[in-house]
Design a binder for this molecule. Structure first.
Ligand SMILES: [Zn+2]
Length: 471
């Protein structure tokens, strides 16, 4: 069997791994994930790079979860001739219906904005490229086939697929793939996808798998430990309590899928435990609203504590005033609220979307607080706020930063080093090969070394992009 790593090798985005095996007298080729590279010019070049084999030679795709860095190039793959099934869980499919069209829309807007600026003589250099159209996202959605957690699917003779819960975001799965190659012993390959933190809000703990011959494991936080949830809670309680008693607003930029629901859940849970008073919360992002409704729809897939908090909220709807903003006019009306509001909006890094006008409105007043809950990439507006910029430029205007800026760690969707090692300890014996992917070089190297030292597994490899490994 051969595995080729086409992305997320030495970096965190562009997850896509190709597996090739001789089964039942013919070469079978499948992909695990087909994600987009994100961030910078190099990413665009990699997204446009042709595959080393014709897309129509791929028999099927196994999709671990809906995040764009795992799913975002599927429409392009289908448009280029891949006609086989894309296997995913039910919740992943529902999230894809929101996220792929949104991705196509964002790409189109980027191109149109650049073209306008070019016409005005303000854009120099290469124009951005839309990787696929809205119609092509329909093509990919039409090829999705749903496989529930824990059910084994026979993919023709000799290959079986099963999904187990990865506890990362709604629908996220660990892919367990058994391959009975001709003239070889049957092999079990386990692809971790992205692994959630044990004890994380909303999602159940990642399922441990007991046996594998080949393991491909993520390493986003392979070199660090997260803050505890208890620390995160007390930081949030402090900011919310002090801001509300000073009659200020709290603005929380958050990724629409995952983080928004975690924050909402945490705030409601803190009210339930009498650690926060009655709250007025506005969720102002159409995608976050859709993702929150999906989370409610897939209630049975959440962890037990979160289910009981939601049930409490249903019985006590007055404990938190929760409003979902539908249109732009309603969103603008929020500008009139001068104190006592919690506004959760996207994008998570403050670069686009409705969050920008909430910042424009709330940054200049000292009694307000901005609560940053996620990773802020270098160069983003969120990062400038974290780095204590005294003023920022929004919609072409200079805005003074007088609101207090708070960074609350500990809400990561990914397991930390201890969490990853804990998940790996679930394997009863050392796999033949372990590939460490989906991490910055330092994070992958530190995790690989701790697997060698703490688990005493010998064959731990950090694969190079585009290299093929025989297992
Ligand atoms: Zn992910």
């Amino acid at each position: 069997m051969k595995i080729q790593f086409l992305g997320a090798a030495g970096e965190v985005t562009g997850s896509r791994h190709s597996v090739e095996a001789l089964v039942g007298g013919r070469e079978v080729r499948f992909m695990v994930d087909f994600g987009m590279f994100q961030g910078g010019r190099e990413a665009t070049a990699k997204n446009l790079e042709p595959l080393p084999f014709p897309p129509k030679e791929i028999d099927f795709v196994v999709l671990t979860h809906a995040h764009i860095d795992h799913s975002g190039l599927l429409p392009r793959l289908c448009a280029q001739g891949f006609a086989g099934p894309i296997y995913c869980t039910d919740a992943t499919f529902e999230l894809l219906k929101i996220m792929l069209p949104d991705s196509a829309h964002l790409q189109r807007s980027d191109v149109e904005r650049a073209e306008r600026r070019q016409k005005a003589g303000k854009w120099h250099g290469e124009l951005p490229v839309a990787l696929y159209s809205m119609e092509e996202t329909e093509l990919a959605l039409g090829q999705c086939e749903i496989l529930p957690y824990g059910k084994t699917l026979e993919l023709g003779k000799g290959i079986n697929l099963e999904f187990q819960n990865a506890g990362h975001i709604l629908g996220s799965a660990i892919a367990v793939i058994d391959v009975a190659e001709d003239h070889a012993k049957k092999k079990r390959c386990v692809f971790s996808g992205d692994i959630g933190m044990k004890g994380k809000l909303l999602m159940p703990d990642p399922t441990r798998i007991e046996q594998a011959d080949v393991v491909v494991v993520e390493s986003t936080y392979g070199d660090r430990l997260h803050k505890t949830l208890a620390d995160t809670e007390s930081e949030l309680i402090d900011v919310v309590t002090s801001t509300l008693s000073a009659h200020g607003n709290i603005v929380i930029p958050a990724f629409a899928v995952g983080r928004t629901q975690e924050i909402l859940f945490l705030l409601i849970d803190l009210v339930r435990r009498n650690l926060l008073p009655h709250l007025s919360i506005w969720v102002d992002s159409p995608m976050a609203t859709a993702a929150t409704h999906l989370t409610q729809h897939f209630f049975s897939q959440l962890d037990k504590e979160s289910q009981s908090t939601f049930e409490w909220f249903k019985r006590n709807p007055g404990a938190v005033d929760l409003s979902f903003i539908a249109d732009v006019e309603e969103s603008k009306a929020l500008n009139k609220i001068k104190g006592g509001a919690i506004i959760i909006s996207a994008s998570g890094m403050c670069d686009a979307g409705r969050i920008v006008h909430h910042l424009q409105n709330n940054l200049p007043r000292a009694q307000n607080a901005i609560v940053i809950t996620g990773f802020q990439a270098y160069g983003s507006l969120g990062r400038r706020l974290v780095d204590k910029a005294a003023k920022v430029r929004l919609f072409g205007e200079e805005v003074a930063v007088r609101a207090s800026i708070h960074t609350i760690g500990g809400l990561s969707a990914h397991a930390d080093q201890a969490g990853l090692l804990d998940w790996l300890r679930g394997f009863k014996s050392a796999p033949q090969s372990v590939f460490v992917v989906h991490g910055e070089p330092e994070a992958s190297a530190v995790l690989a070394q701790s697997i060698r030292e703490e688990l005493e597994w010998k064959n731990v490899i950090i694969p190079e992009r585009l290299h093929t490994y025989t297992c």
